[in-house]
Structure formats: structure tokens, C-alpha cells
Design a binder for this molecule. Sequence first.
Ligand SMILES: O=C(O)[C@@H](CO)OP(=O)(O)O
Length: 345
Amino acid sequence: MAAAVFNQSIGASQSLGHFNTSGLHQEFGKGSVRLISKAFEVDVGLSKRGCYNSSQRNLSIIRASTSQTSLIDIVSSPSHNKSNDSRKKSGEAALILIRHGESLWNEKNLFTGCVDVPLTKKGVEEAIEAGKRISNIPIDMIYTSALIRAQMTAMLAMTQHRRKKVPVIMHNESEQATAWSQIFSEDTKKQSIPVVADWRLNERMYGELQGLNKQETADRYGKEQVHEWRRSYDVPPPNGESLEMCAQRAVAYFKDQIEPQLLAGKNVMIAAHGNSLRSIIMYLDKLTSQEVISLELSTGIPMLYISKEGKFIRRGSPAGPAEAGVYAYTKKLALYRQKLDEMVH
Ligand SMILES: O=C(O)[C@@H](CO)OP(=O)(O)O
């Protein structure tokens, strides 16, 4: 069984370039928005530089990622695992990015930014569907923005996870909040996934456009002006954040808080927003400020990266929970899948 699963892993690696491009194109082509060809060009570029090549076929066996230290320790100090770094240095970790499902203001075509509106029923369904797609990928840590649409998406997605660990929101806004939300059972902690909510993953602050209708704004100020506000890299909307400004805080947060977890071998899911995730993808995929302009993300579609030795390898969007390729991205994930299967049967 292990050999069979591993062979699938090798196969998935060999056909990765093709899978990635067609998988993403299909996924993003279906929706109202899509991931544009620029990103594929970057994919090919990475492949040419060797990131997707032989190292993929030579994956070392790594511990199944079921162990956890104290949730509070991990969250209060992302560098907590530094002492384990040498053991885990050659490790890989999964990074899942999900843009929240459709919100009530997406539905009304309003500029939303940092206004905190919930998901629509369709958004709820998208989040559940996203959860099915990643239900076999191990998750040790969850990061969301401070906004309810991202938090709902993360929580709804986790209702579908096969491992059935409980996502627990960390409260460190005050000493009392931290003390009052402690868990006193090591077993229960092991069955929990810490969820860290931070404003630095919030949607870009849209300034005086927040609450305005996108179409009416285009009619009033012109299509070009609105496109510049929405998609240029460094032109902010009136009194709001440009993508560059959004990237400064979102990518800094990713580097300071999330990357150390990945380097320590923790599998991470981030549920966030169109523009905070575009900034993070710009960093992961080394997109230029020109290339990121045409990067569009669909609501509720999970995107998987493998973090390996400080590099990020884009693996596209898991097509469905039953698809072998989803589990066979790396030997570690294949072994994890096997463990889950053994638990069920
Ligand atoms: O309104 C917003 O907050 C964002 C995301 O929905 O819009 P845009 O796609 O224009 O960046």
C-alpha cells in the first residue's frame, strides 16, 4: 500500500507542471474571476530554475505531522520550535491559502475592504466545498484575518476535515483573555488546531470607496480610474491602502509569524482576502508588481503550496477529496493519507 501511494506521489511530481497549469486554469477559468496566464508563466519560470524538478522525486521520509506542542506556546511565540529546527530543517510543510467565500457585499457588488460583513449562503457553501477539497491535507495551524468572512470560511472548511481536530480561536488580546481561554488537558490540546486571527491579514483598506457600488463608482469616475484604484500596485484609492501598502503589512506578518511555523514543519492554512492573499502570492511566487496586477483569485477555492527548504512550490488547487493526486503531492502527505485510511477502515 505504502509503495503504491508513493508511486502515485512520484507520478504526481513528474506531471506536476501539466497538472498545475491545467488544474488551476480549469479551476479559475470556471468562476467569474480567474488566475491569469502571467502566473503560469511564472510557474514555468520556476520549473526552469529547477524548483519543480528532481528535488521533487527525491523526497525524504518525514515524521507524520500529528505532534503538537502547547497551543499557547506555539501561538505566543512562533519561534518556540527553534530548538527543534535542526531536526526539522529538511522538512516540508503544506500551506493552504483560501480566499473567503462570497460575502453579502460581494453579492451586492460593494467595495468591502475592512468593513466586517458575513458570508452569503453561497459563501457558506463555497467554504464547505473548499473544506472537502482539503479534507485529507493535515493542518496544524490556521491563520485568518480579523474579519468574520475569513473566520467563517476557515471554520466551515474545517467541519469537513477528516482528522476531526477542533479549531480553537486563540485569544491573546489581553492577559486575562489568554488566561481565561487556557486548555488544561494535553490530550485535548493535541486534538485542537490553534486559530490565530490577525488584522494584518485583513482585506486592503479601501478608504472612501468602502460601501460604494463598484459599477456606480465606475460610471461616476470612469472605468480606467476605478481599475487603477482596484488593480494598480501602488496607487491607493482615496484615503485607502494601495496593494503595495497592503503587502507591506500582510507579507511582513507572513514572514514573521507564519513562515517560522512552516519551517518548523507545521502545516498551515490561511483564510484571508483577495488583496491580502494576492500580496502573499506575489511573495511566494516572486511575481513582479506588473505581474500581480492581473492576478485574480476566486472566492472559496483553496490553493496548495509545499514549503520546502525555504522555497514555495505551487501545487495548484486540490480537485476533490477523492483524487489521488491531492494526497500524493509529497511522500509525507501520502503517508498521512494512508494513516487516515487505516484509521477509518
Ligand atoms: O471590495 C473589496 O474589498 C475587494 C474584494 O472583494 O474588491 P476588489 O476585487 O475590487 O479588490
